[in-house]
Design a binder for this molecule. Structure first.
Ligand code: ATP
Ligand code: MG
Length: 583
């Protein structure tokens, strides 16, 4: 396995990549060496994520370096240094201690991307309590369900979110001891407290208690793309993966300005929107506002963002717009653009090169994996449509799961389930309250991802589809991603979601739901043109037989196309859990 050096532009070569030689790095890799780059708690008291992310820098040369550059919705900007972040998270940890909250107890957040959210996340980790971020656009039902399932003891939220979404369900949350309001000047009652006041009264010094690397640190609910969200448990040891992937994939260098567009309510927004950049002492941009193309381009330009981590759904939204963004904006500071969360269509990779000046680097991971597992490294050639190569320290395989369990398929090019050797530091340690489901994820020492993929002769992994989404049509197995990517190459298509629809003759027929770019009419002529185009690209066995135009595709709030919902609606079946459905 010896991938060729990068054929696509990797941007201005201002800095040499941290990982210049993939095969060599893979051969030499050891998790012990990663551990040795971290500090550990004083006097051998263990390993704590927040110590590595914040205190280590606050006590060193990076004390005055900007950790968070916060961009408020109203245009305000606040720079928070590593020293200040350390003090604020200490105060929050002292607030928890004052509430008698200890190891393993759960602190939830339901907040906009305000600085207090970041203080709370890091302060919770310092106190060895467990941080569980929720996406603030959830309605009361999904919030209640998650707070109950996660045994929430403390909730950090704003006065407005509390009134709108939590006050009404409070009687159903007997375990919830205190709600801390990020923007209330005074306490309202014994269980509804002002966080600014508590923080002002709390001390600025805090000694992190001994932390076992296996102590629970984070609880993340999955996106709910395929069904009821699961609560994945992560431990402090995960910091090794956060650190190694920040070094090797996000390629952090000391002067980087990093922007992760994911909300901390999803695992990406915590692992890479809080932890990994801080571990490397870089400056991270936190943008309180929601997606807006013009505002995003302006942020990249004005903040001189060097490394940008975003998602296919956002990229496809930018692709819809006419014109070239580089005519209005200077995107010249960028040297790396990465994407995760859904398959990244080859068309999007190339659009990045054309429109932004950099091909976009896809990477693959899940809530369960805690960090990036497969990636297009800065020094390796991108194969558009491929997720890339496994990280050093990560053993991936395509497996067949038969009667004797999971067996790796050695031959390249064969489709099977994507599996990982179950031994990496950020592997989830359980689904909370669901041991049986957790056990079912493992076989013969492999973690089974539930995604189907194949590996080419050079070791690159190619996503085929989620196990549940695979279409069986006339004896073929068709992955929706392949069909969606081909449709997106048609100039009228903005986005596509593909499902299998039961058919008496061929098992399932391939049906595509398509949204059009502005200026294209959803009429019979367009439909026929796209059908013809797809048949030419894919052959008649794989091309969709039906196309339905739609103004929007149903998506999770984290931006993933919900094919299960397209299918349920098509077939008139129950829609299942809709807690993560975008409005
Ligand atoms: P749920 O498990 O609740 O159905 P989910 O799987 O969407 O939701 P996440 O853990 O947020 O929840 O997402 C991980 C999944 O996202 C992966 O299993 C995969 O299907 C998809 N995914 C993530 N990154 C990529 C990628 N680069 N290419 C293809 N698919 C990806
Ligand atoms: Mg999943």
């Amino acid at each position: 396995m010896n991938p060729p050096p990068d054929a696509y532009s990797s941007g201005p070569s201002r800095v040499p990549p941290n990982l210049p030689d993939y095969p060599a790095a893979r051969a030499a890799f050891s998790w012990n060496e990663v551990r040795a780059e971290l500090e550990g708690l004083p006097e051998g008291a263990g390993l704590n994520i927040a110590h590595e992310a914040v205190d280590r820098h606050a006590r060193g040369a990076r004390r005055d370096h900007v950790a968070i550059r916060w961009l408020g919705k109203d245009g305000g900007v606040r720079d928070i240094s590593y020293g200040e972040l350390s003090a604020a998270s200490n105060r929050f940890a002292n607030v928890l201690r004052g509430l008698d909250l200890g190891k393993g107890e759960r602190v939830f957040s339901l907040a906009q991307r305000v600085p207090e959210l970041y203080f709370a996340a890091l302060g919770t980790l310092k106190n060895t309590s467990v941080f569980c971020p929720l996406f603030p656009a959830f309605g009361p039902g999904p919030i209640q369900q998650r707070l109950v399932r996660g045994n929430a003891r403390v909730l950090v939220t704003s006065a407005a979110l509390y009134q709108a979404k939590v006050a009404g369900i409070r009687p159903e949350l007997p375990e919830l001891q205190a709600v801390l309001l990020t923007d209330a000047p005074d306490h309202l009652d014994a269980g509804l407290l002002s966080l600014p006041r508590l923080m002002a009264e709390a001390g600025e010094e805090f000694t992190i208690p001994p932390t076992d690397p296996e102590d629970m640190a984070l609880l993340h609910f999955t996106s709910g793309t395929t069904g009821m969200p699961k609560a994945a448990v992560h431990v402090h040891q995960a910091v090794l993966t956060h650190y190694a992937s920040g070094r090797d994939v996000l390629d952090f260098h000391p002067d980087d300005i990093f922007w992760c567009t994911a909300d901390p309510g999803w695992v990406t927004g915590t692992s890479y929107g809080i932890i990994a950049p801080l571990l490397h002492g870089v400056t991270m941009v936190v943008d309180e506002a929601d997606f807006d193309a013009e505002h995003w381009y302006r942020t990249l330009d004005e903040q001189r963002v060097t490394v940008w981590y975003t998602a296919p759904t956002a990229i496809r939204r930018l692709m819809r717009l006419p014109g070239n963004p580089r005519e209005q904006h200077d995107l010249g500071a960028l040297r790396l653009i990465l994407s995760v969360g859904e398959p990244l269509n080859p068309e999007a990779v190339l659009w990045g090169e054309r429109a932004l000046g950099l091909a976009i680097r896809d990477n693959w991971w899940q809530t369960e994996t805690g960090g990036i597992m497969i990636a297009n490294f800065p020094a390796c050639a991108i194969r558009p449509g491929s997720m890339g190569l496994p990280l050093p320290g990560i053993e991936a395989a395509i497996v067949h799961v038969g009667e004797s369990g999971a067996e790796p398929i050695e031959e390249p090019g064969v489709e099977g389930e994507l599996a990982l050797r179950a031994n990496w530091p950020s592997m989830f340690r359980g689904y909370l309250h669901d041991d049986e489901r957790y056990r079912k994820c493992f076989s013969n020492g492999w973690y089974l991802s539930g995604d189907l993929a194949k590996r080419d002769a050079d070791g690159y992994y190619w996503f085929v589809g989620r196990g549940d989404d695979i279409i069986k049509t006339a004896g073929h197995m068709v992955g929706p991603f392949e069909v969606e990517s081909a449709l997106m190459e048609h100039p009228a298509v903005a986005e596509a979601g593909v499902i299998g629809k039961p058919d008496p003759l061929i098992g399932q027929l391939v049906k595509a739901f398509v949204t059009l770019k502005d200026g294209h009419v959803p009429d019979e002529e367009t439909r026929r043109a796209i059908l013809g185009f797809a048949r030419k690209r894919l052959g008649s066995a794989v091309a969709p037989k039906e196309i339905e135009f739609t103004a929007n595709l149903p998506k999770t709030r984290s931006g993933k196309i919900m094919r299960r919902l397209l299918k349920a609606r098509e077939l008139g079946l129950p829609e299942g859990d809709l807690s993560t459905l975008e409005d």
